[in-house]
Design a binder for this molecule. Structure first.
Ligand code: BG6
Length: 477
């Protein structure tokens, strides 16, 4: 779908996220012809440089972070012509008038703040004071959106002092992932699943976001955050919401987000006994969290598993188990909906009949799998086995269908003015309100995470969380 002409101002244009994700994402949209000829991207940062130098650094980044193709050089040259650069020191008066001069009055204006949250309110204020923000402008902000409820509220207030909620786009890049949206399609574009999607038929749900990387050069940020703030408060809560929410009456931004907020508000407080925290620690030095973050006494968790109850009519009695961590056995993310066992077996000597499992695989190899029980072929009486009906998107849709990266989809949604895949202010605050007491309890009791081996599937305590309920985690890797 083509988009209207736009001026996208990218604050933090020389930063890592801009180079790895945002600029390559925009380039991909340009490659497929979705960017109108009048579209412009104006890089902005404190670094003094001219447009030519910005084009060169963008060229280097795109060459490094996008796959080569026969036409890339030619397309890239045309893309770079869309780029401009204005030096702005966001903490002073410097540069704002220069920026005002390059912006055009009659196109969509989007300000993308790929900068730390401490600068959100300042930048929003300057955009407002200098008259750069029009009533139709959009402002896009990255996570972390606060580190607790109070700071998230302050960020919301700072942004709302200058922009209306319908102009504010809070990014959670998990919402831009193909399979995450496919979860909505699966649930609401099919008639098979929704009648079974409740506590009567679902035994439990497992949401896993496992990463094999450690804290790669991000120690200063991560050690202040931990898995709870870095992953659970945002990405895992979003996955939980999309799995648990009621069908919205329409696919409109507020109808979808209203339903997600209701899920977060229905979450019961989590008991300490229902949480397992971990930190990777190698027996022989080198590959340990504390070494990586340079803090020998850190008690920040690099892993968390928890049992969560959605206390509403649909889900009462069906727990959601969440798990995420760094330096695990594999990079693997999925939502597994585990259905109840068949209530009775008519087959003699086949043992327990296990419930079906519907797995929505987010990464790698995005797809959907349904574990079913069938008759084992061959002679020798009736034997049963479990097989998976497996649908890999790459196979089903053709390997040449390139999956859009989350960022390219989300940036284009900003230009289109579609907030469906962005978090609303009340949603972020509701998630912090649920997470805050958990973290406060750790701080007050001096809770220490359990050690786990790098390359494992997390600490023993996480396994116990399931075992004690007579259930098991799905295998990682
Ligand atoms: C980010 C977290 O939001 O998401 C990182 O800050 C994490 O710690 C990353 O590695 C995971 O994203 P993805 O898309 O690689 O699963």
């Amino acid at each position: 779908i083509p988009v209207d002409p736009f001026d996208l101002v990218l604050f933090g244009a020389t930063g890592d996220l801009a180079k790895r994700k945002i600029l390559p994402g925009l380039f991909h949209r340009f490659e497929v012809g979705q960017m109108p000829p009048e579209a412009r991207i104006i890089g902005s940062a404190r670094t003094e440089m001219d447009a030519e130098a910005f084009r060169q650094s963008t060229k280097d980044a795109i060459e490094e972070f996008t796959p080569d193709s026969p036409n890339r050089a030619k397309t890239l040259a045309a893309f770079l012509e869309r780029l401009d650069y204005v030096t702005v020191d966001v903490s002073s008066d410097q540069g704002w008038q220069d920026l005002a001069q390059v912006l055009r009055p009659d196109v969509v204006r989007a300000f993308y703040l790929s900068v730390g949250p401490s600068l959100f309110a300042d930048i929003a204020g300057r955009l407002h004071e200098c008259g750069l923000a029009t009533p139709d402008s959009r402002i896009v902000v990255e996570k972390p959106f606060g580190r607790d409820l109070a700071s998230a509220r302050a960020l919301n207030e700072g942004l709302r002092a200058c922009f209306e909620e319908h102009q504010i786009y809070r990014i959670d890049h998990y919402l831009g992932k193909e399979t995450v949206q496919n979860l909505m399609a699966l649930r609401f574009a099919n008639s098979l699943f929704e009648p079974l999607w409740n506590a009567t038929h679902v035994d439990h749900v497992q949401i896993t976001v496992a990463e094999s990387i450690g804290i790669d050069g991000r120690g200063a940020y991560y050690d202040q955050s931990g898995a709870m703030r870095d992953m659970v408060q945002n990405h895992l809560v979003q996955l939980l919401c999309l799995t648990a929410m009621e069908p919205p009456s329409k696919f409109t931004p507020n109808a979808v987000r209203d339903e997600k907020v209701k899920v977060i508000e229905a979450l019961d407080p989590v008991e300490p006994a229902d949480i397992a925290r971990g930190q990777y620690r190698a027996d022989t030095g080198g590959d340990s969290y504390r070494d990586h973050v340079g803090n020998s006494s850190s008690s920040t968790e690099s892993f968390i598993a928890m049992k969560v109850s959605v206390a509403n009519w649909r889900w009462s009695g069906t727990p959601f188990y969440l798990r995420t961590g760094k330096r695990l056995r594999a990079r693997e993310s999925e939502i597994a909906v585990v259905f109840r066992d068949p209530p009775h077996t008519i087959f003699p000597n086949v043992g327990r009949l296990r419930g079906n499992v519907l797995v929505i695989r987010l990464q790698p190899d995005e797809g959907i799998t349904l574990r079913t029980t069938i008759k084992d072929p061959g002679p020798g009486g009736l034997r049963l086995s479990e097989v998976s009906l497996d649908m890999s998107f790459a196979d089903a849709l053709g390997a040449d269908v390139r999956q859009q990266d989350a960022y390219e989809r989300l940036v284009m949604d900003v230009i289109r003015g579609d907030q469906t895949l962005f978090m609303r202010g009340d949603e972020v605050e509701a998630a912090w309100a649920w997470v805050d007491p958990i973290i406060r309890n750790w701080e007050e009791t001096g809770d220490q995470p359990a050690a786990y081996d790098p390359g494992s599937s997390g600490p023993e305590e996480a396994l116990m969380l399931m075992h004690r309920d007579g259930r098991r985690w799905r295998h990682i890797g």
